[in-house]
Design a binder for this molecule. Structure first.
Ligand code: NDP
Length: 468
């Protein structure tokens, strides 16, 4: 029953599919050739663009005003790319050099908005893919936010608090001149949680001498929103709940497999448990745990402390609760009803998708950004299971970031219940938009729905704003 898939196999970035040679798809091939030529060496970016272009190009054929104004070509070109040196000093007084980035992708419907990722795999192509996805996701939330993303190849693992602070201060010393509450509002992502946002905010305030909502994901004491830490994971489960409801089902009694054990995974697990599901697996980059009896709330609290405070490895859960730990592998070979990939991009390939289907999985919602390879998505769509792509399913995080911006601008604070209610209704609305644009005969293609639903608002705003 357990998977034999190696981590290295699933980590591999899949090459974008070669489109078949029908008339309509020939256009896709030509379009993608140009994108590939312009963005050589950025496979994740090319993959993200292709996934969107597959649904947008045929739509533009039917709506020539977008085609004439070359809206998709424009959306694929970042408005601005910033790349900078980050020098800092470690605890041994040695100089360290990292590379910092901010991609300001699209500001048609609001200030650039999107997280910062600190991870050794960060490079220009990865951040461009994330910024591109963010444009559509932010549009889907119904809130006025453009798309951006940033980060660094800095690895926070094993660093002391002092080293993290030193890095964050140096990173913000450059970034601060490019961002602002009405210009560009970063947030967290992989490797950037509450601690990092605190250090980044402190440095921004010190240099600019202003207390503004320039970052989201802040602590409650200095302008954060309640429910922001929970929002991405909760939102993913709210979205999956809506998908299940279209087939007359609920989470009650379902078996759920989750990858990752960071921010998104923790709160996705929490909401699944609250909805009566049994979560049997979580993971980190060293492997996954399989707890047949189910991860209960107290056990989840252990994971939260392990990951957010003592910063240990997931294997310690297996040692503590006497369950299985499978090193170096992903949990997609486990029997389950629902799979929530919540770790990183391209972590679930076609082989894993087939294993999930074979084992009875009927619902997949992406908590992470682009965790399923294009081939895996093809398997899910071919089998007509419920598949919620990240730009819709994980939009709850940025939605509550948008609510944090509103609270900062209004200088007031909403209760947890108020924010959670707004989050729920945003996820329901995103689901409704996906159904509106993605409904096919007896099936909702959520990929198509999310792409078209996200595109139209941005495209109309770009048309109205002229040659920008
Ligand atoms: P965290 O850093 O809190 O957690 C990331 C988790 O994924 C960790 O368990 C980590 O394990 C694991 N992971 C990271 N890289 C890899 C890898 N290459 N292979 C296997 N496991 C890996 O990040 P978040 O939970 O915030 O983000 C997770 C995903 O969700 C990302 O794709 C992010 O872009 C997306 N997302 C996050 C949002 C947010 O609000 N935080 C909003 C929307 C999307 P380890 O600790 O061993 O590295």
């Amino acid at each position: 029953m357990l998977s034999n898939m190696s981590a290295s196999k699933t980590k591999k970035v899949s090459t974008p599919k070669k489109p078949a040679s029908t008339n309509g798809v020939g256009k896709l091939e030509r379009f993608m050739q140009k994108v590939s030529d312009k963005n050589a060496g950025e496979p994740e970016y090319i993959q993200a663009v292709q996934e969107v272009a597959e649904t947008i190009l045929p739509f533009m054929d039917k709506n020539p005003r977008y085609k004439k104004a070359k809206i998709l070509e424009r959306i694929c070109e970042p408005e601005r790319v910033l790349m900078f040196r980050v020098s800092w000093v470690n605890d041994k007084a040695e100089y360290q050099i990292n590379r910092g980035f901010r991609i300001e992708m699209n500001s048609a419907i609001g200030p650039y908005k999107g997280g910062l990722r600190f991870h050794p795999t960060v490079n220009l192509g990865v951040l461009k893919f994330l910024a591109f996805e963010q444009v559509f996701k932010n549009s889907l939330t119904t809130l006025p936010m453009g798309g951006g993303k940033g980060g660094s190849d800095f690895d926070p693992k094993g660093k002391t608090d002092n080293e993290i602070m030193s890095f964050c201060q140096s990173f913000m010393t450059e970034l601060q001149r490019h961002i602002g509450p009405d210009t560009d509002v970063p947030a967290g992502d992989i490797g950037v949680g509450g601690r990092e946002i605190g250090y980044l905010f402190g440095q921004y305030k010190r240099i600019r001498n202003e207390f503004t909502g320039v970052l989201t994901g802040k602590a409650i004491e200095f302008g954060g929103s309640l429910i922001r830490p929970e929002a991405t994971g909760y939102g993913t489960v709210y979205f999956a709940k809506e998908m299940l409801a279209t087939r007359g089902k609920s989470f009650q009694g379902l078996v759920v497999v989750i990858s990752g054990s960071g921010n998104v995974a923790q709160f996705a697990a929490e909401k699944c448990i609250e909805f009566g599901a049994k979560v049997v697996s979580m993971s980190d980059s060293s492997g996954y745990i399989y707890d047949k009896a189910g991860i209960t709330k107290p056990k989840l609290n252990f994971i939260k402390k392990l990951k957010n405070v003592t910063r240990g490895r997931i294997k310690e859960y297996a040692d503590r609760y006497q369950c299985e730990f499978v090193a170096g592998q992903k949990p997609w070979g486990l029997k389950c009803d629902v799979a929530l990939p919540c770790a990183t991009q391209n972590e679930l390939d076609a082989k894993a998708a087939q294993a999930l289907i074979k084992n009875g999985c009927k619902t997949v919602a992406e908590g992470a950004n682009m965790p399923c390879t294009p081939e895996a998505v093809e398997v899910f769509l071919g089998e007509k299971i419920l598949f919620g792509p990240g730009k819709a399913a994980n939009a709850g995080g940025v939605a509550v970031s948008g609510l944090e911006m509103s609270q900062n601008a209004l200088k007031l604070h909403w209760t947890s219940e108020e924010v959670d209610t707004k989050l729920k209704s945003i996820m329901v609305e995103i689901h409704r938009t996906c159904v509106q644009y993605g409904a096919e005969d007896n099936f909702v293609n959520y990929v198509k729905g999310a792409n078209l639903g996200g595109f139209v608002k941005v495209a109309d705003a770009m048309l109205a704003q002229g040659m920008v």
